[in-house]
Design a protein. Structure first.
Length: 381
């Protein structure tokens, strides 16, 4: 048996030869880019890439074929990226990015006209106050109406919930982001502390009806399990639930809502912090009609539909890997009227003004059926 040190020396020598060949390959890629540019050919050649992948699988023992395909794919990714840079080609997505960066405002606005769903005391309203100083707030009955208000310029911005650390993503909002032409310009993370609110004089043991939003109900499932005789009613918003209980003026009803709602609607706090997890946060997004990138934007969101074939998602993920871009969230949603096909939402950590991000946007068209750039932003914690 060979000594480990000797084997590692052999590996190092092989790796050196591989890297020398890699440099040679990239030099030839530059010549290919020059030729394509001179004759007006696109960078992406799917027929050629399929041939390369099949050849890589055929040239190695069968048990190494999948690894060889992966290696060949990464090599082609690197080559394609170099060709895009050499030819200075920009996709429609990267052109939008370049335009937005060229027109970047100096600061995020201190105050503005903002739309949110619910009524006074809702967590979305609290998030608006976290993002802006003394904003003018218009309340709407649904998330759909918030998006529509932003699109028709009834408000400058809209604030909507994206996800909760306990209950997960707000799936309806993700669907609306795909349906509407809006962009995320900032996000914030808000600690959620639910209280059980009742009309003055109500005793906890008398409560039989509990009203709240479905996410809040899920976040307080453990607490509610200790109230087995209570019936739960779903409302569009936690603050709307508090408003409902106040209007009932009954001693058997309660709402799960923020403690701010107690003073707003004349209710009392029967119990505080009833959520199951003390580390309970909701992430909210601030959306605008136009793609606007404010200083400090170091996160971005994309919506991507891949082709319905093996390895399609891998090809997209390989772009992130090749550019050393950190993927911090991947969410899938079914595509209406298309059986078992999905669109994917990506949150990535990468400065919007970095060359890597522009290269990413320039390189996605050839591996995606559809790609939407949902905005670049910073997050307020």
């Amino acid at each position: 048996m060979k000594d480990l040190a000797e084997l590692r020396t052999q590996i190092n020598s092989i790796d050196q030869r591989i890297l020398e060949l890699f440099v040679q390959r990239m030099d030839v890629s530059a010549d290919i880019a020059a030729y394509k540019e001179s004759v007006g050919k696109p960078v992406y050649d799917p027929t050629r890439e399929r041939e390369n992948i099949r050849r890589a699988a055929d040239l190695v023992p069968q048990d190494l074929s999948s690894s060889a395909v992966t290696l060949q794919t990464v090599l082609m990714e690197a080559s394609r990226q170099a060709q895009y840079r050499h030819m200075h080609q920009q996709s429609g997505l990267s052109k939008r990015l370049t335009t937005a960066l060229a027109n970047q405002p100096s600061v995020f606005p201190l105050t503005s006209h903002v739309a949110c769903q619910g009524v006074e005391g809702a967590y979305q309203q609290i998030a608006v106050d976290r993002l802006f100083h003394h904003p003018q707030i218009d309340f709407y009955g649904s998330f759909d109406e918030v998006f529509e208000a932003v699109e028709r310029d009834a408000c400058d911005f809209g604030v909507i919930p994206l996800e909760n650390s306990t209950a997960g993503s707000v799936t309806r909002v993700y669907d609306l982001m795909a349906e509407h032409n809006t962009s995320i310009v900032r996000t914030c993370r808000l600690k959620i502390e639910h209280s059980l609110l009742v009309t003055p004089g109500t005793k906890l043991e008398d409560v039989r009806e509990v009203y709240s939003h479905e996410q809040a109900i899920r976040q307080c499932a453990g607490y509610l399990s200790r109230l087995p005789e209570c019936h739960v009613h779903i409302c569009d918003n936690t603050a709307m639930a508090a408003e409902k209980v106040a209007s009932l003026d009954s001693h058997d009803a309660a709402a799960i809502a923020s403690r701010d709602c107690a003073s707003i609607y004349g209710l009392e706090i029967a119990e505080r912090n009833i959520q199951d997890q003390s580390n309970n946060y909701t992430r909210f997004a601030c959306i605008s009609k136009e793609l606007t990138i404010y200083p400090g934007a170091d996160r971005s969101s994309l919506m991507i539909v891949t082709t319905n074939e093996p390895g399609a998602l891998f090809k997209v993920l390989a772009r992130f890997f090749a550019l050393d871009i950190n993927l911090i969230k991947l969410e899938s949603r079914p595509i209406p009227d298309r059986d078992f096909e999905f669109k994917f939402y990506f949150d990535i950590e990468c400065p919007a003004a970095s060359p890597q991000f522009e290269r990413l946007l320039s390189s996605l068209d050839d591996v995606c059926e559809e790609c939407r750039y949902l905005g670049s932003y910073s997050e307020v914690i």
